[in-house]
Design a protein around this ligand. Structure first.
Ligand code: ATP
Length: 497
């Protein structure tokens, strides 16, 4: 993860927000290459999800909505995470990320250790238990640790659980509910009536705009409403780089289905669609998995939720949640607003409130997954037998920030640079291309490898003196071959879709 974060900073993918002031925890800026990569991910999603389907339409709702929206949706009362204060260090933790275990030696509990959830929580607790045993010079056989979540009951029953920050027993408060919505004030008057919220999800925009979309008459069940936009959550512990931040982008779609439709079939179809889409932007199947939420952990209105998980360097984590939400949201808004949300079914001559399947994903989480999957450091040997390490981002051409780099072989030969500039200008009309004439050709290739450019095109003497063909150098294989301009255009048309 450190190597990827360092590359992001070095090559202008991601910066800490407000870096000159020391950064701002949980907020990030996308630099010149990052903004291109993120935009490509978003554009691919929009094209595939909205423009290339005839059953999904898009909207863009406002970030600050009527506060009643968040009361009706249940966010004002229930959008909380369990928060634990550490009295000794003044730090705060999410209780469900805090694990503890008893230190059991020769069958006897000798104390407790704690650790924050990570790639190997059990391993961290085991190491802490061994350290505890050494520190207290305890003799005997240490049993394997059993991780437990930090709950109100454990805080009460076992007050000597030590804080992961200080190691001091008894410095953790019991968990309490912490609402993650950011509050703001709208209008010049500052009192309780002016409180509004930055949206914690984009989904409610689709529910609140359901009626106007239906009334404009372009949709028929089953159909979806999609939106891409910023969401805000005051996460207690933003961490793992851009994986969990306080301001992030979501790409969500609400797929409305008939109340009698086979919701499980629709749910399965959308899980498959999301899985295939992740593959289409270059995520390897071997790093993806599915997680079905156990029935007892689902919210009362939810019928089933499956997450597509990705193997990040810090563990297998949720990337994309696909939830079957019944008709809870529309029903809530109907009740709270008094505006009927039911639609009329011609076939049965009945009115009903549609049910919904919701695939919800964070653009930033996809961005990070894509970088983690693409990043490689390889040992390479040149013709002279020298070995070197090559850093390469094996990004799919669909999302790579630069599709082709145009490189004249020599900088001081007008014939080469003029031809290269002409090609650059013509490709630029359709693709993100990059022109580079500085330095040895090998070094220029390597600069492009590091930012994930799939192809380099070199303009050499054969180009200008013979048949007009170029040398095409492929990033992944590092193979080179001659290619004509028409073949280059065909290649781009095929691969950058
Ligand atoms: P988590 O359990 O990781 O907090 P969640 O289940 O609360 O996530 P949802 O409310 O289902 O997440 O949001 C849908 C998607 O939005 C998630 O699958 C994830 O990709 C993205 N997302 C949610 N919270 C964040 C965040 N703080 N930073 C970045 N992306 C996020």
């Amino acid at each position: 993860m450190e190597a990827i974060a360092a590359l992001c900073k070095r090559r202008g993918f991601i910066f800490a927000s407000s870096e000159i002031y020391g950064g701002f925890n949980g907020f990030f800026d996308y630099g010149p290459l990052g903004v291109e990569l993120k935009r490509n991910i978003r554009d691919c999603w929009w094209r595939d999800m909205v423009q290339r389907r005839n059953d999904v339409v898009g909207i863009e709702s406002s970030i600050i909505m009527h506060p009643k929206v968040w009361q009706a949706s249940g966010h004002v009362d229930g959008f909380t995470d369990p928060l634990v204060d550490c009295k000794a260090s003044k730090q705060r933790f999410r209780a469900d990320q805090l694990f503890f275990a008893a230190v059991v030696v020769d069958g006897q509990v000798r104390g407790y250790v704690s650790a924050l959830e990570g790639d190997d929580t059990a391993g961290a607790l085991q190491a802490a238990a061994e350290a505890f045993k050494r520190k207290h010079a305890i003799q005997g056989a240490l049993a394997p640790v059993e991780p437990h979540e930090f709950t109100e009951a454990s805080a009460e029953q076992i007050p000597q659980i030590p804080s992961p920050a200080t190691g001091e027993p008894g410095s953790l408060t019991p968990p309490r509910a912490f609402n993650m919505m950011f509050e703001t004030q709208v209008g010049a008057l500052r009192d309780g009536s002016s409180v509004a919220y930055l949206r914690p999800e984009t989904a409610q925009g689709m529910f609140v705009d359901f009626k106007p979309v239906v009334d404009t008459g372009r949709v028929k069940l089953p159909f979806g409403i999609a939106q891409v936009g910023k969401s805000f959550r005051n996460e207690i512990t933003p961490r793992n780089f851009i994986f969990r931040s306080r301001e992030f982008e979501q790409m969500e779609m609400e797929y409305f289905i008939h109340e009698d439709a086979d919701w499980q079939a629709h749910h399965r179809e959308w899980i498959q669609w999301c899985w295939d889409w992740l593959k289409s932007i270059g995520l390897p199947e071997a790093q993806l998995s599915l997680y079905d939420h156990p029935k007892e952990k689902l919210s009362f209105y939810s019928r089933g939720t499956t997450d597509i998980m990705f193997r990040y360097p810090f563990g297998v984590q949720e990337l994309w949640g696909i939830a079957a939400r019944g008709n809870y949201d529309l029903s809530q808004h109907e009740q709270a607003s008094g505006v009927p949300q039911a639609i009329f079914d011609e076939a049965t001559k009945k009115k009903f409130i549609p049910h919904v399947i919701e695939p919800a994903v964070g653009t930033d989480r996809i961005f990070l997954a894509v970088l983690c999957a693409a990043y490689a450091e390889e040992q390479i040997t040149d013709e002279k037998g020298n070995t070197d390490t090559r850093t390469v981002l094996r990004l799919s051409p669909r999302i790579a920030p630069v599709k082709v780099a145009i490189l004249p072989l020599l900088k001081n030969k007008d014939a080469l640079t003029e031809r290269a500039r002409a090609l650059y200008k013509s490709l630029q009309r359709r693709y993100a291309v990059f022109y580079d004439e500085a330095g040895a050709i090998g070094r220029r290739y390597r600069r492009q490898d590091e930012i994930g450019t799939p192809w380099c095109v070199t303009i050499d003497f054969d180009t200008v003196e013979k048949d007009g063909s170029f040398t095409l150098r492929e990033r992944d294989s590092m193979q080179q071959h001659r290619i004509s301009e028409t073949e280059l255009l065909d290649l781009l048309d095929r691969e950058v879709y």
